[in-house]
Design a protein around this ligand. Structure first.
Ligand code: ADP
Length: 521
């Protein structure tokens, strides 16, 4: 299979994934086909609630009619403020059925951030669970529960006929951390999602009889694959709810008792699951989102039937490379490009690096997203012309440094900037700093990652009080952080300094910052 036989073609130094013609459909179309062919097969479950393909399709259809009645037209973002539960899936499919763009809002996001995302995406409607979102919504935005809009579908607005999904509108918008403090919305098209879904459906593989456990928060782009690969292939999607992902022992029990056959988690989650006794000899697992290590790959590979390491940024749709982890692991790779994907390694002037040298990875092909919402300049900076590619093709500059090894596989080396990963969550240190610098009485904040050995990586922040203002306590800094930042960006370690150490030219000397251990965090 393509894992071991990369095809190289012009221009040189481009790594080309296999050609796989994409069918003229969408992930929604695939789901609807499964609903027509296997209506009684189980489609989705969470705890005691389970829907067959027919029931899920009917529920999504009713909600879609309600959405149309509310005037959420094609191409408009509809926000979905639900956790990992059955209604999340009903809402996702309904948004697509109504021609809309899915905008996930994770439960627990601070109100200010929700308001920003809604304004930025110009969403007019937020779909919620039975307990409506008790928050102030920006002007012009209303909220409705899944139940009330589904009932509304029986009313007068329900008449609008279903339109086939237009391939030129995005499937979803997912926000990632922005280095200037402003999150950026990545617009991903239906074809890009279909490409990665077909790749995983073939590689893992997934089909009727499989049970895929989805545990990622909806705002994390891997959740798009978790939610859709099973539903596009006739398998069953099993959702964890909100509590289980925090309880590794309960998750291990669920995997065993529910006969889960496919699942993915970031390396730090796999570590916790293994410590809690995870052992699933019939399960095919995936990991990704941050660097895998040899000890973890060995431990996990010995407990599962198969293991994949997937690599890719949100901007190129969930994942762009895959590596099938061998039974005997000696080193870590991110593998090779998935189908319809072209990779190149470049220097800082976008020239191809010499074979074997590390360079910035650029990704072209079917996964390349439609760019950032409302950020034309940033889009133009990161999505650049693909030399030698099809007319108008763009490649995305990932900011990841990679190297092509002598064995022909890719190795992830590190970042070219200040983007970090904390438990798989993508964080720009600049966004943490900008968020905390807004705290009254603070002169500034500098964020850093702190390696805690076996406990993994922690986010640390150094703060200095404004002249004359009382120094805040670490708890106060964290409390303020929780009101402006998503939980993964709230530092677990806070160090209050009298002043920042400076370099001779007056910048903060990050290397002179003291280690945060035991610093009253
Ligand atoms: P993801 O869903 O893959 O986490 P993000 O956009 O949040 O997507 O983060 C993408 C970044 O995460 C990549 O640019 C890279 O720095 C890192 N990353 C993702 N997968 C891997 C992997 N398998 N190995 C190393 N780093 C990875």
């Amino acid at each position: 299979m393509h894992q071991s036989t990369p095809v190289r073609s012009a221009p040189p130094a481009t790594l080309v994934g296999p050609d796989r013609p994409l069918p003229a459909t969408t992930v929604l179309g695939r789901f609807e086909r499964c609903a027509a062919e296997t209506p009684d097969a189980p489609a989705v479950s969470c705890g005691d609630r389970r829907l067959s393909y027919r029931e899920l399709d009917t529920a999504a259809e009713r909600l879609a009619a309600g959405l149309r009645g509310r005037g959420t037209g094609p191409g408009r973002a509809t926000a979905v403020h639900l956790g990992r539960e059955v209604d999340l899936v009903v809402a996702l499919l309904a948004v697509w059925k109504s021609g809309g763009v899915y905008l996930p809002l994770d439960p627990g996001l601070p109100a200010d951030r929700i308001a920003f995302l809604l304004r930025d995406a110009q969403a007019e409607l937020v779909l919620t669970g039975p307990e409506p979102t008790a928050r102030q919504l920006p002007d012009g935005v209303t909220s409705a529960t899944v139940d009330e809009l589904s009932a509304f579908s029986a009313g007068p607005g329900a008449a609008a006929a279903a339109q086939p999904l237009r391939p030129d509108i995005p499937a979803y918008v997912i926000y990632t951390s922005g280095s200037t403090g402003r999150p950026k919305g990545v617009r991903v098209g239906h074809r890009s999602l279909l490409n990665v879904v077909l790749e995983l459906a073939a590689a893992m593989p997934c089909g009727p009889g499989d049970r895929w456990l989805a545990m990622a928060a909806p705002g994390f782009d891997i959740s798009m694959a978790e939610l859709t690969v099973p539903l596009a292939t006739g398998a069953e999607l099993v959702l964890t709810g909100e509590e289980l992902p925090r309880d590794p022992r309960a998750l291990v029990r669920l995997v065993r008792e529910s006969g889960i056959t496919r699942m993915q988690a970031v390396p730090s989650q796999w570590r916790l699951l293994l410590d809690a006794g995870f052992d699933a000899p019939d399960l095919v697992a995936m990991t990704g989102g941050e660097a895998l290590t040899v000890p973890l790959a060995r431990a996990l590979r010995s407990r599962v039937a198969g293991l994949f390491n997937g690599y890719g940024p949100t901007e190129t749709t969930v994942l762009s490379t895959l590596w099938r982890v061998p039974e005997q692991v000696t080193d870590i790779s991110i593998g090779l490009p998935i189908a319809n994907t072209r990779l190149s390694l470049v220097d800082d002037r976008l020239r191809a690096v010499a074979p074997g040298e590390a360079g910035e990875l650029c990704i072209a092909g079917a996964g390349v997203s439609l760019g950032y919402l409302n950020r034309a300049e940033l889009t133009a900076d990161r999505f650049v012309a693909e030399p030698g590619g099809p007319a108008g093709a763009l490649r995305y500059r990932t900011g990841d440094r990679c190297r092509l090894r002598p064995d022909g596989l890719l190795e992830f080396v590190g970042r070219t900037d200040d983007q970090v990963k904390i438990r798989g969550q993508r964080i720009e240190l600049g966004e943490v700093e900008a968020g905390l610098a807004a705290m009254p009485g603070l002169d500034g904040a500098v964020a850093a990652v702190h390696d805690q050995g076996a406990e993994g990586t922690a986010l640390a922040v150094y703060v200095v009080a404004r002249a004359g203002a009382p120094a805040p306590s670490p708890a106060q800094v964290r409390e303020f952080g929780r009101t402006v930042l998503p939980s993964a960006m709230v530092p677990s370690l806070v160090v209050v300094l009298d002043r920042f150490p400076l370099t001779p030219n007056g910048k903060v000397d990050r290397r002179a910052l003291p280690a945060p251990t035991g610093a009253g965090a």
